[in-house]
Design a protein around this ligand. Structure first.
Ligand code: TXA
Ligand code: MG
Length: 327
């Protein structure tokens, strides 16, 4: 199959027609690019797992363009869903609800719940409006880093999908917050740009337990996600990062430090990739930094940014990329 990359704004009709005929389309969102199929079409959804090489037991998120669509996707929708939707949708959050009979088990990996998300990217919503709600994971090969540009997608999925709708770099840059509304106390299964602090304002309480509980709850969490092709570690501080760089260099490796802009001078003339100045920069740039790093270096050292809030969400991805390796 030949993969074409077209501007998103010029390819809505073509994308919608591919989706209606049961094909896959890569579409832009504010978080990362998604690999979409008609969420009501079991055969179309199965193609996603083949294209990505994704394990069958990892469920997909259903992307919507309006709240009315939830009636076809979920049942027993609690009031709090609409309170959260009013505040955070469209935006980088996925809410887990009880699935309806119309959603095939291929989407939910055999489970009785379904993730629902309304992306804020206008082309994503137009595509859905003109076709169907879209079951979509991130548009990377299973286990590789999520794509935040059309080029990242092409590098991973060339030949696997007919159309990539290009809308430049993703504005948020890490995947949506996943919040389970089927538990007694709503539970964060994956941290993201909508943080626990923001959710608590509406929910009163939210379960953001330690990693162990997140791993146990989200079916996808047991896999190493977001891993670059080369070894990656998280350094406790910029000094640790610099020391590790020098050690690796001595060992004959070709390392690179990924760090905040303020530490440029500390890293000096060692190879470095800047994450930018603000925490929103770090979030937007982290995956692009990892993509660049794995293409030019054989060892990636990422400086610890912080443990809570948006810094914490970014470090969640870094820790997964590093497979828990720390220096
Ligand atoms: O920002 C995002 O969420 C992006 C864009 C494309 O929307 N999508 C994304 O999809 O990151 P994916 O498939 O790469 O990650 C979805 C995560 C997985 O960890 C999966 O296990 C979890 O959400 N998930 C999906 N449905 C679930 C469900 N019913 N119950 C628990 N976890 C679920
Ligand atoms: Mg993914």
């Amino acid at each position: 199959m030949q993969t074409r990359v077209l501007k998103a704004k010029d390819s809505i009709d073509e994308g919608a027609s591919l989706i209606r005929s049961g094909e896959l389309v890569v579409f832009p969102t504010e978080t990362v690019y998604g690999l979409g199929a008609n969420a009501f079409d079991e055969n179309a959804v199965k193609k996603i797992f083949i294209a990505k090489g994704r394990p069958q037991d990892n469920p997909l998120i259903v992307h919507i363009s309006s709240l009315e669509q939830v009636r076809d996707i979920a049942v027993d929708v609690p009031e709090v869903f609409y309170e959260l939707a009013n505040r955070f949708m469209p935006g980088p959050i996925t809410l887990i609800l009880k699935k309806s009979d119309k959603i095939p088990y291929a989407v939910t990996a055999g489970g009785e719940t379904v993730g629902v998300r309304m992306p804020s990217n206008e082309w994503a919503r137009k595509l859905i409006e003109k076709s169907f709600p879209l079951a979509a994971p991130s548009a990377n090969r299973s286990k590789h880093i999520s794509p935040t540009t059309a080029k990242h997608v092409l590098d991973d999925l060339n030949g696997e999908v007919a159309l990539i709708m290009d809308d430049g770099a993703c504005k948020v840059g890490i995947e949506s917050t996943v919040l389970d509304l089927t538990t007694d106390v709503p539970t964060i299964l994956r941290p993201g740009a909508i943080t626990a602090e923001m959710l608590v304002e509406i929910l009163g309480e939210v379960n953001e337990n330690g990693k162990v509980i997140k791993i146990a709850k989200a079916p996808g969490m047991k896999y190493t996600h977001y891993a670059p092709k080369v070894k990656t570690v998280c350094a406790e501080s910029i000094d640790h990062a610099v020391r590790e760089y020098d050690r690796a260099k001595n060992d004959g490796l070709n390392p690179v430090v990924v760090a905040r802009d303020i530490y440029r001078d500390k890293v000096e003339d060692r190879a470095q990739i800047s994450l930018g100045v603000t925490v929103e920069d770090y979030c937007r740039n982290i995956y692009a930094a990892l993509h660049t790093a794995e293409d030019g270096f054989d060892y990636i050292i990422v400086e610890e940014l912080g443990k809570t809030g948006l810094e914490g969400s970014v470090m969640n991805r870094v820790e997964k990329a590093a497979g828990g390796n720390r220096v």
